[in-house]
Design a protein around this ligand. Structure first.
Ligand SMILES: Nc1ncnc2c1ncn2[C@@H]1O[C@H](COP(=O)(O)OP(=O)(O)OP(=O)(O)O)[C@@H](O)[C@H]1O
Ligand SMILES: [Mg+2]
Length: 350
């Protein structure tokens, strides 16, 4: 057996009360009606009892017109309010609905017949709304938990990568062979480059995208710190709009930038030259990302072929651009070296 619908009915006019009582009696529905005939009764009932619905006339208990609605609404009870009105005025009904009334029924013997049905549909609507609100609350809660979890994962990944990077640094300290030492340094920088991405993701608490300008600035500062020698001053320019990349793309781009910029810093500038590195990033309407990394150094050898080289850095660049980003790579050898990379992102992150 379903529990009765608990109704608080506010009306101080006996004839109307009878009309409503009759209308509610005639259905098979189970209503438990408590009547408030005075303001004191209304106050007491609102305070002490629980209701599923409030049914009220207008111009009652000393309230004029729609004032009773405001009085009930001010109590913030989250109980739907249905108006039974004798006026039949469309304007009043519209105004009542604007003030948050769930529905209204006109108090004529003909119209009042639909009161039980109105009450039922209002209650059903309220149940649905409550269910939806609970589901939304649950979704928000679970999203919050997932964000905390993801943040924790990025934090740990960053820390672990930093530990590996430090271990390589310690290992490098033990090695005197220059070539092996350089391999250790390279590996350390690559790992740090990835750790920086996880750090940004962890700090920003947004896990789907990366602010590229911020990342490029951090990466350049780091690479300058480890590769810059006193040999020559280096100026750099970053022309990058407010651009976000999906985080999986960003990791690949980060590794590519690491290789290209570290090469420029390592090989390009002769003592006394004023070195310049210009990084330009653009995004076209078709979601194509354009990266240009240009230096004014000695340039890579004329006969250099990226598809034939056996060196790790260049092979990494080639494979990350083509296999991971599914993009294109062009190397220009005029006045230094310029790498031009183009690829498409699937989501519009701008
Ligand atoms: N911007 C550049 N300017 C001048 N020479 C370059 C530049 N980039 C690459 N080179 C040349 O191309 C070679 C291959 O580069 P690559 O990055 O593949 O290897 P690497 O830097 O020697 O070692 P690693 O694998 O650690 O990166 C370099 O040794 C260097 O001679
Ligand atoms: Mg290299």
């Amino acid at each position: 057996m379903t529990s009765p619908i608990r109704i608080l009915y506010i009306d101080d006019y006996p004839f109307d009360r009878e009309l409503v009582r009759e209308a509610l009696k005639k259905t098979g529905e189970c209503f438990k009606v408590s009547v408030a005939k005075t303001h004191a009764e209304l106050k007491m009932m609102l305070k002490k009892r629980k209701f599923d619905l409030i049914l009220s006339d207008l111009d009652i208990l000393g309230y004029n017109g729609l004032e009773i609605i405001d009085y009930i609404k001010a109590k913030k009870l989250a109980i739907p309010l249905v108006i039974v009105t004798g006026t039949g005025s469309e304007e009043i009904a519209v105004e009542a609905m604007k003030r948050g009334v769930a529905d209204y029924v006109i108090k004529t013997p003909d119209h009042i017949k639909r009161l039980p049905l109105t009450i039922k549909s209002v209650i059903e609507k309220k149940h649905l709304q409550d269910k939806q609100k609970r589901a939304e609350k649950q979704t928000r809660q679970s999203l919050k938990e997932k964000k905390v979890l993801l943040s924790e994962i990025h934090h740990r990944v960053r820390n672990n990568l930093q530990i590996i990077s430090s271990l390589l640094s310690f290992a490098g300290d033990q090695i005197h062979n220059k070539k092996i030492k350089a391999i250790c340094e390279g590996a350390k920088a690559r790992i740090h480059t990835m750790a920086m991405i996880h750090n940004i993701l962890y700090e920003r608490k947004r896990f789907d995208k990366i602010n590229m300008k911020k990342y490029i600035q951090q990466l350049l500062a780091y690479l300058l710190q480890i590769y810059r020698t006193e040999k020559c001053p280096i100026e750099y320019k970053i022309n990058c709009p407010r651009l976000y990349l999906p985080s999986n793309n960003a990791i690949h781009v980060a590794l590519i930038l690491n290789e290209i910029i570290s090469n420029a810093l390592k090989y390009d500038f002769k003592k006394g030259d004023k070195g310049e590195i210009i990084i330009t990033v653009k995004k076209s309407e078709k979601n194509t990302i354009y990266f240009s990394i240009m230096d004014n150094g000695i340039g890579i050898p004329e006969d250099f072929d990226i598809n034939k080289t056996s060196s790790l850095g260049m092979r990494l660049i080639n494979s990350l651009v083509k296999d991971q980003l599914k993009g294109t790579l062009e190397i220009k050898k005029e006045k230094g070296t310029e790498f031009i990379i183009k690829f498409r992102i699937t989501n519009n992150y701008l």
